[in-house]
Design a protein around this ligand. Structure first.
Ligand code: PAF
Length: 275
């Protein structure tokens, strides 16, 4: 696996790259969920590019960018072992040189839920992924389903700006107790970690109740009881998978989404009902 850190080196590699290229953008601290994206990309493309870049633009003022876990040496080993051809790991100034002011805002799809709790977050995500897609020019982009709203934002980005690139949403990888894999799980203490899998159980219960015909608000209240202390619920909702507009019932191509706080850590999870 080749490691490059500059736009110039990436462009030089890209000029000679095989015809089908899969791209997995990450912020590093890689776990099995990321490696699953890489394996998907590996199975569908002649070459795979991954990026490791902790993107300052998607962190809000109160969010601790400095505390975000970083392990480039470990990430490098994992990516090489899973068949990545090129790792792009730029410094912040390489992506946002002095005087950088251009940003990408995809509109309403990024304004509710996570976008409301973290103003500017999806502008940061769309801007960095927009720039990376422009540089890597892959045929396919691989994104995890766990961050459902991010997946909707990025599909909208690719569609609206007409990137010549497909978007593959890869199912969430879970721990044996059902907890969705996430770099944020590292922040949980023992009690929080024990309670965290109840987030997914709550989502499954909500879907089960709705499928059984329970009225929406009654189902939501009953399902919310499944969340275990010290978890506190931020939201439990049903949304259109493309626009992220709230729905009052299940329907084709929707996400049932939830966010909960465990101490200082916010965890997200969802169930996707494509049909
Ligand atoms: O999901 C992530 O790790 C990040 O939001 C992404 C897509 C790599 C953009 O920085």
């Amino acid at each position: 696996m080749r490691l490059v850190t500059t736009v110039e080196e990436l462009r030089a590699w890209r000029r000679e790259a095989p015809p089908t290229l899969g791209f997995v953008p990450t912020m590093g601290a890689l776990h099995e969920g990321h490696l699953d994206l890489v394996r998907f990309a590996r199975s569908q493309n002649a070459a795979v590019v991954a990026s490791v870049f902790v993107n300052p633009l998607q962190f809000g003022a109160g969010e601790d960018l400095a505390r975000y876990p970083r392990d480039l040496a470990g990430d490098r080993e994992k990516l090489a072992a899973n068949g990545v051809d090129l790792l792009f790991a730029p410094a912040v100034e390489e992506i946002y040189p002095q005087g950088f002011t251009t940003t990408i805002d995809v509109g309403p799809v990024g304004e509710s839920f996570e976008g409301a709790v973290r103003p500017g977050h999806f502008r940061g995500v769309a801007t960095v992924v927009g720039k990376l897609l422009h540089l890597v020019a892959p045929q396919r982009l691989y994104i995890g389903q766990k961050d459902a709203q991010q997946s909707a934002v990025l599909r909208k980005l690719v569609h609206d700006l007409a990137y010549d690139c497909g978007v593959t949403i890869v199912p969430t990888v879970r721990e044996s107790d059902g907890l969705a894999m996430s770099s944020r799980n590292l922040y949980l203490d023992e009690r929080e970690r024990r309670a965290a899998p109840s987030l997914h159980r709550m989502l499954r219960r909500f879907v089960e109740l709705l499928k059984a015909g329970t009225p929406f608000e009654i189902a939501r209240t009953e399902a919310a009881n499944v969340l275990e202390a010290p978890g506190t619920l931020d939201y439990l909702a049903c949304v259109d998978a493309e626009s992220f507009a709230p729905l009052a019932a299940l329907r084709e191509n929707c996400f049932v989404i939830a966010a909960a706080r465990f101490g200082n850590t916010r965890l997200l999870d969802n169930v996707w009902l494509p049909q």
